[in-house]
Write a new protein. Structure first.
Length: 265
């Protein structure tokens, strides 16, 4: 079984000026009271095919005193011959927490972009989410980069990154058909954006594109299905399904009893 996007953790947890830094896979929920696991260090090792996006977490914990992460930057990925892996893009996000009263615990879930500064509270764990997008035509090989973390009251830390690119690419059209709910009525209030405004339309397109980039097809197009803009999304090879609205009039004339139908690519 070939496993795409495996994350390997190596080394020992290293502390500098009261800050612990270690790595965690993307599938792991890292909580604010988690402490550095034994035998796990900050090295991140990602594996991806061409056209794939892979992620992992860099976890920070300030021991004893508060500290502020003022900046974080990823260098260019280069191989042993010092050749760059062209068009690899990286994104760095802050793992945010939502308090769940039923569990009496803060749960890691939202991923707002990291823009700094980010305060690290004493004895409280804060994960960062690193996303690496490999272009379809990326040459196979092993590439290395670094994530540089700058703090206000501690020395800068360097996190080694290793990216192995396989010698094949993922097909542009996903073989797995998906249908993901994208109900913007729930999303817009959290952004403080009013429905029906240009800002709302831009936000909906951004959410839609975000899901397509991750090979997930949302229920509804970010525009009217009969508008000229719809062709842009319907012709996208990453799209595998979408919802066709069905009116009450169509149902009363013998159409589907459901409020929508799904068309698939």
């Amino acid at each position: 079984m070939v496993m795409l996007g495996a994350v390997t953790l190596a080394g020992d947890a290293v502390a500098a000026a009261g800050i612990d830094v270690w790595a965690a896979p993307a599938a792991q929920k890292v909580f604010q009271d988690d402490t550095p696991p034994a035998g796990v260090g900050p090295d991140l090792r990602l594996e991806a095919a061409g056209g794939e996006t892979e992620s992992a977490q860099v976890v920070l914990r300030a021991e004893g005193e508060a500290c502020t992460l003022t900046d974080a930057a990823v260098s260019e990925f280069r191989n042993e011959r010092d050749e760059a892996c062209p068009d690899v893009t990286t994104g760095l996000f802050q793992v945010a927490f939502i308090h769940l009263p039923s569990l009496n615990r803060s749960w890691p879930d939202p991923l707002p972009p990291f823009r700094g500064p980010l305060q690290l509270l004493p004895d409280r764990t804060q994960p960062l989410w690193l996303s690496v997008q490999v272009p379809p035509a990326a040459p196979a090989g092993t590439y290395r980069a670094t994530l540089r973390l700058v703090f206000d009251s501690a020395p800068a830390r360097i996190v080694p990154l290793t990216l192995r690119v396989f010698g094949f690419r993922l097909p542009e059209h996903p073989s797995l058909r998906t249908a993901i709910g994208n109900q913007m009525g729930f999303v817009l209030p959290h952004h403080g954006v009013q429905a029906g405004t240009p800002e709302a339309a831009t936000l909906e397109r951004n959410y839609y594109e975000f899901l397509l980039q991750r090979r997930l097809s949302p229920y509804s197009l970010p525009c009217d299905l009969c508008s000229p803009e719809a062709a842009r999304w319907l012709d996208d090879p990453r799209l595998t399904s979408f919802v066709i609205p069905v009116s009450d009039e169509m149902r009363s004339s013998g159409g589907s009893p459901h409020t929508s139908a799904t068309a698939t690519g």
